[in-house]
Write a protein that binds this ligand. Structure first.
Ligand code: ADP
Ligand code: MG
Length: 674
């Protein structure tokens, strides 16, 4: 272990400058270098002649650079273009936003390029995903492509890693005994590292990958077990009502709970009453009615004499939850407050004081709740809504503000049981698998952007009948400013030209909290009939009267996001419609849109998402923070993960496990889920 922890500064080919550059890639030790995984590979032999390329192909070519130039698009992107030639023909290769390539990619060079072929005008282009320089001494057939940082080339990083493989690999501990490896069909750790960095062929790559994924999952599981063993020793709170608050709240509910909601409430209550602290995940599709369940848990907690905290990802949602809870708690004297980054400093101070004195019983807020100066008198329950937007550490931080308070996390993302077990250790799971009665399937339709007029006509007719509509603009190229522009210009077009007689509102992330609140409220009251907005409304917003949703540039959204957005309508008993406006160019985008048209079911969509996006990007699992795994992919390696979990149960603890955990998950296991 010691050798693995040694600084890379002293490795052949790494001087002080290199050291600083590698640090940017979070590489500081020999261990880090070994785990710096290629993000892809180049197979230098498997290439297609340019004349055989067709639009839609995912392909690789080897060619000579005939010339280059940089083009700026209207949207402010820069395209680096290179004209490439092989024996069979010519094609233009395009790199997005990499103008600096002009310094390294020059006329006359031989390069390897892989990516997607598309048709621009009547010319073929290849959109480059991977590329590599061919002039040089590397002679391996399959070559790794590493994530890089400025100043380091593929070639130099490859050389450094090869040196480490040669000199340091033998000090890497083999934690799996020969017989276990045999039983599970896993290769040894040395083979795994050698062939992940320099695969002899596809088969040895897969073998290597399997072993490293298992290694990560096993270490992760061992860590969980270690942590759980410690937690189990701590007893939690037993929350028992002391008054009739819960009854009063129940009486205030404007509807009867569904069977699924009642079941979830029962499960949560029984956890809350038990002396062991609760750790429960409440899963229910968009619109299933998780908020009211959370409210009842809150009431139980307050009635037992403790404070409750609800953390949500956006300010709009925090305010909405506060409003809902105020209704549910009407006629009681329970004091509650909302705290976000937009809260005025004076108000914030008052809230902090009232929390510390125990006067405020329920606090709802954003990340602001985890600030250090926020202190509770007696926090008994922590609820995290839209939990996939938070990291494990943030959850833990809020929980640490009480003495082992109960924890309820809520999500709309359907997570397979095994995956949940891996992700959340021993969180129990409750599922709301039933929508409130009277809900109608949201009718979803794709309309090509060119036929926008017909959408306006349809919306116009619905508005006459008293409907309300959302128009959602996507985030354009990661730039909030442009995001804003798109929404603002759509707002102007709709309010001035298309629907001059209707009240149109604009809502986006850059507005002041008070402005946002005013707009949302007047949309809720029905004064604003059309709300032009950005993805700020993606999660949680509940305006049951709104039945129309138009999603602009639908091709730019992933399935998870489309599903969440669409979930803003279909919340009442009226027929709702979702129109996906767009111009899908790739087969994946077409598939996503088709999937959305075909079903409203989040579970089916998740499976579809897995099929389309494949490893790594499943239903926003990236946001679950699975990035800490460099090889394993919980969405795909479900079986492997289960094997690791079982093996971990009676695994002989290597005495260096702590060191290993520290090295592998730098923030300790606490950070493992971030
Ligand atoms: P989500 O699970 O997506 O957070 P919400 O809690 O926002 O869903 O609830 C969605 C909508 O359904 C809200 O308008 C809420 O008032 C309504 N609702 C929740 N439970 C019921 C129920 N049992 N009967 C009728 N409507 C309900
Ligand atoms: Mg919700």
């Amino acid at each position: 272990m010691k050798k693995l922890q040694s600084s890379i500064q002293f490795i052949k080919g790494v001087g002080p400058a290199r050291y600083e550059q590698l640090k940017k890639l979070e590489i500081e030790t020999v261990f880090d270098l070994l785990w710096h995984m290629p993000r892809g590979y180049v197979d230098r032999e498997a290439v297609t002649p340019i004349s055989d390329l067709r639009a839609g192909d995912q392909t690789s070519i080897k060619a000579k650079v005939m010339g280059t130039n940089i083009v700026r698009t209207r949207r402010g992107m820069s395209l680096f273009k290179a004209l490439l030639q092989d024996d069979s023909g010519l094609i233009t290769a395009v790199w997005f936003n990499q103008p600096f390539l002009k310094n390294s990619l020059k006329k006359g060079m031989n390069i390897y390029v892989s990516g997607k072929v598309s048709c621009m005008g009547n010319q073929l282009e290849i959109n480059v995903a991977e590329y590599d320089y061919l002039d040089g001494e590397d002679s391996d057939r399959i070559v790794p492509i590493y994530p890089l940082t400025e100043g380091i080339s593929q070639k130099s990083l490859r050389r450094i890693i090869m040196a480490v493989l040669k000199d340091h690999l033998e000090s890497y501990p083999e934690i799996l005994a020969e017989e276990i490896r045999q039983e599970m069909g896993l290769c040894d750790i040395g083979f795994a590292f050698r062939h992940i960095h320099s695969p002899a062929d596809r088969h040895s790559y897969l073998t290597a990958r399997q072993r490293l994924a298992f290694e990560e999952l096993l270490i992760f599981q061992l860590g969980w077990q270690h942590r759980n063993a410690q937690i189990k020793k701590v007893t939690g709170l037993s929350l028992q009502e002391k008054d009739d608050l819960l009854l009063k709240v129940r009486k205030n509910l404007p509807y009867t709970l569904t069977r699924a909601q009642e079941r979830a409430v029962k499960e949560i209550f029984s956890d809350m009453e038990s002396l062991q602290s609760m750790g429960r995940l409440l899963q229910g599709d968009v619109g299933a009615g998780k908020t009211v369940v959370a409210a009842l848990a809150t009431a139980k907690c307050v009635s037992s004499g403790f404070q409750a905290a609800i953390m949500v990802p956006t300010e709009i949602l925090a305010r909405q939850h506060l409003a809902s809870l105020q209704k549910f708690f009407a006629g009681t004297d329970v004091a509650m407050a909302c705290l976000t980054s937009g809260t005025h400093p004076t108000a914030r101070e008052q809230i902090l004081a009232a929390l510390g004195s125990g006067e405020i019983r329920i606090i709802i807020g954003t990340h602001s709740l985890i600030q250090d100066d926020l202190i509770f008198l007696d926090l008994g329950l922590v609820i995290i809504d839209e939990q996939h937007r938070f990291g494990v550490r943030q959850r833990a931080k809020l929980s640490s503000k009480g003495h082992t308070p109960d924890l309820l996390v809520m999500t709309a993302t359907p997570i397979p049981r095994t995956l949940a077990l891996t992700l959340y250790g021993d969180l129990e799971m409750s599922v709301i698998d039933e929508l409130p009665p009277g809900r109608k399937e949201i009718l979803t339709k794709y309309v090509p952007a060119a036929a926008r007029k017909s959408v306006y006509e349809f919306i116009g007719k619905q508005l006459e009948k008293g409907a309300q509509a959302y128009f959602v603009c996507p985030l354009v190229e990661e730039s909030q400013k442009q995001d804003l522009q798109a929404a603002v210009s759509l707002y102007e077009e709709l309010s001035r030209e298309v629907f001059p007689d209707n009240k149109v509102g604009l809502l986006h992330g850059r507005m002041k909290p008070a402005e946002k609140e005013t707009i949302i409220q007047s949309f809720k009251r029905g004064e604003i009939e059309i709300l032009v907005t950005t993805t700020v409304i993606e999660v949680g917003i509940d305006v049951p009267a709104a039945t129309l949703m138009v999603i602009e540039h639908a091709e730019r959204f992933g399935i998870a996001q489309l599903h969440q957005l669409r979930g803003r309508v279909g919340r009442g008993e009226k027929q709702s419609y979702c129109i996906l406006l767009g111009n899908p160019q790739t087969p994946e985008a077409v598939q996503r849109i088709k999937a959305m048209e075909a079903t409203n079911d989040g579970f089916i969509l998740a499976q579809e998402d897995l099929k389309i996006r494949g490893p790594g990007e499943f239903m926003g699992t990236r946001q679950h923070g699975l990035l800490q795994f460099k090889v394993a992919d919980l969405a795909v390696d479900i079986e492997l993960s289960e094997k690791a979990r079982r093996l971990a149960k009676d695994f002989l603890w290597p005495d260096y496990l702590h060191q290993y955990l520290q090295l592998k998950f730098k923030n300790g296991l606490e950070g493992a889920g971030d």
